[in-house]
Write a protein that binds this ligand. Structure first.
Ligand code: ATP
Ligand code: MG
Length: 245
């Protein structure tokens, strides 16, 4: 999916690469119609952030990793955008943690689920990683959510104690928190309901956030994490961007 015409020295190369990944995923039937809108909203916030990882996002990423390392039953959740943009790093993370990934999408159709699951299986083979991929046969429901949005696997999301849900919908994030789980969100919008509701929020672009997390070693101790401080820092970094320039 990474073959694009743009020159890597182009100042917007990383952004063009992500757009290309979404275009390719759309062609494979992996994305909901609103996927590009969600991505565009993220891009706007990333522009304000200066397309960089802030110190507070690094701290949140470290805390997220620390919680995942020390979880009893960690799980990583993927939707269409996450699979399109960062399937490889999500699989690497799951392999490092020895935990399953679960495909869980907002607008669930069998076609889209199959498109995402087959892409993940394909990447798993290419990377040679041994990771359990759930999502094909949900046998449980997240309490408080209605219809197909609630569907999940008992051995994955339902019984997890720490869950990474990048780019998650606010409602589902809230329902997972209400179940008593530690919910880790990656979201460029510090004002979104997901960012606010989560236990830990990494306000950074998905692939940069995962790079921070993959670089964090099991034995390292993160600095003290305060959720509201991290969100306020991100918001401030966006508002201060011009005055820093
Ligand atoms: P909420 O329901 O939590 O209030 P929302 O409705 O604003 O959120 P959605 O459209 O449900 O948001 O999901 C998209 C979210 O993901 C947005 O907050 C957007 O900023 C963020 N986002 C999109 N692409 C990326 C990305 N590549 N990296 C990080 N965050 C992203
Ligand atoms: Mg939403």
């Amino acid at each position: 999916m990474d073959e694009i015409a743009a020159d890597p020295s182009h100042p917007r190369y990383a952004s063009l690469l992500m757009r290309h990944r979404l275009e390719a995923a759309a062609k494979r039937g992996m994305l909901a119609d609103s996927a590009m809108i969600a991505h565009g909203r993220g891009e706007a916030f990333d522009y304000l952030l200066g397309e960089r990882t802030t110190p507070s996002a690094r701290l949140a990423g470290a805390e997220a990793m620390h919680r995942l390392w020390h979880a009893q039953r960690p799980v990583l959740s993927l939707n269409g955008n996450v699979a399109a943009l960062a399937a490889d790093d999500m699989l690497r993370l799951a392999s490092r943690l020895g935990c399953p990934v679960e495909v869980n999408i907002f607008y669930r159709t069998p076609e889209r689920m199959n498109a995402i699951l087959s892409y993940i299986e394909e990447r798993k083979k290419v990377l040679g990683l041994d990771v359990v991929v759930l999502g094909d046969a949900p046998n449980a429901a997240i309490p408080g959510l209605k219809g197909p949005r609630a569907a999940c696997h008992q051995e994955g999301i339902l019984d997890s104690d720490v869950i990474l849900v990048p780019l998650e919908d606010g409602d589902r994030c809230k329902a997972l928190v209400a179940m008593g789980k530690t919910v880790i969100v990656i979201d460029l919008n510090p004002l979104s309901r997901s960012a606010q509701q989560a236990s830990i929020t990494v306000v950074d672009e998905l692939s940069r956030a995962l790079a921070t997390m993959l670089a964090w070693d099991e034995g390292e101790m993160p600095e003290a994490y305060d959720h509201q401080t991290v969100l306020k820092d991100a918001h401030k970094a966006m508002l201060d961007g011009l005055s820093d320039a």
